[in-house]
Write a protein that binds this ligand. Structure first.
Ligand SMILES: CC(C)(COP(=O)(O)OP(=O)(O)OC[C@H]1O[C@@H](n2cnc3c(N)ncnc32)[C@H](O)[C@@H]1OP(=O)(O)O)[C@@H](O)C(=O)NCCC(=O)NCCS
Length: 187
């Protein structure tokens, strides 16, 4: 099957009941700096050292905006009611040959516990299984990140095992769980 314009399938805006998921852009710099430098946002993101400066946060944004790829993207979550940005989510490691990709997501602490990320990830999954024609969607979660694991289980992901000592951060190794959901169902 010829995949004509994979990047176009990532550069779209998705809509849910309360949110717009639009491709993150330069105009989101003030939000990105606030959001990515928040220690609560980075608490369980152990694949890198914590983001502490505006420059580091801006570099994350530049990665998504300046070199748009066809294997990853990032949406910013915008509340429809007041246009406030509250978090981000997106795909990476999109492998079209094997119809699989990984997801990532982060919500600013003030907006957690209100079901926003469940709403956003559900929309991402629907987009992935239909428009991107994915069969398998993965998420790698620090074993201590119980909220994230709970969210994934609610959305039909299954824990397939633990990747022992898979990331080194803050002077120690951290175990991560591999979660996946298939297009054919929960199990
Ligand atoms: C992981 C993370 C996204 C989870 O956020 P969250 O707000 O707990 O997740 P949800 O959006 O699914 O909210 C769930 C809770 O909102 C509440 N809620 C309120 N209104 C709701 C609504 N309309 N619909 C659904 N849930 C609602 C419920 O209590 C629900 O909990 P429950 O399912 O146990 O009943 C968030 O903790 C986060 O961004 N952390 C920092 C970054 C991070 O760790 N990212 C993941 C890396 S793998």
């Amino acid at each position: 099957m010829i995949d004509s314009a994979p990047a176009d399938r990532l550069a779209v805006t998705l809509e849910t009941e309360r949110l717009l998921l639009r491709p993150i852009g330069r105009e989101d710099t003030p939000f990105a700096v606030r959001h990515f430098t928040d220690p609560e946002v980075y608490r369980f993101m152990l694949d890198d050292e914590p983001i502490t400066t505006a420059e580091q946060a801006a570099a994350i944004l530049a990665f998504y905006v300046d070199q748009p790829g066809d294997t990853y993207n990032r949406w910013v979550l915008v509340r429809k009611v007041d246009r406030q940005q509250i978090g981000t989510c997106g795909y990476h490691r999109w492998n079209r040959q094997h119809h699989k990709a990984e997801i990532g997501y982060d919500l600013s602490p003030a907006w957690q516990g209100q079901g926003y990320m469940r709403e956003a990830v559900a929309a991402m999954l629907a987009h992935g299984f239909t428009v991107m024609r994915l069969h398998r969607i993965e998420a790698i979660v620090a074993v201590a990140n119980e909220r994230s694991a709970h969210l994934l289980r609610q959305l039909g992901f299954v824990c397939e095992g633990v990747l022992r000592d898979s990331f080194y951060s803050g002077g120690q190794f951290h175990d991560h769980a591999l979660y996946a959901r298939l297009s054919t169902g929960v199990a």
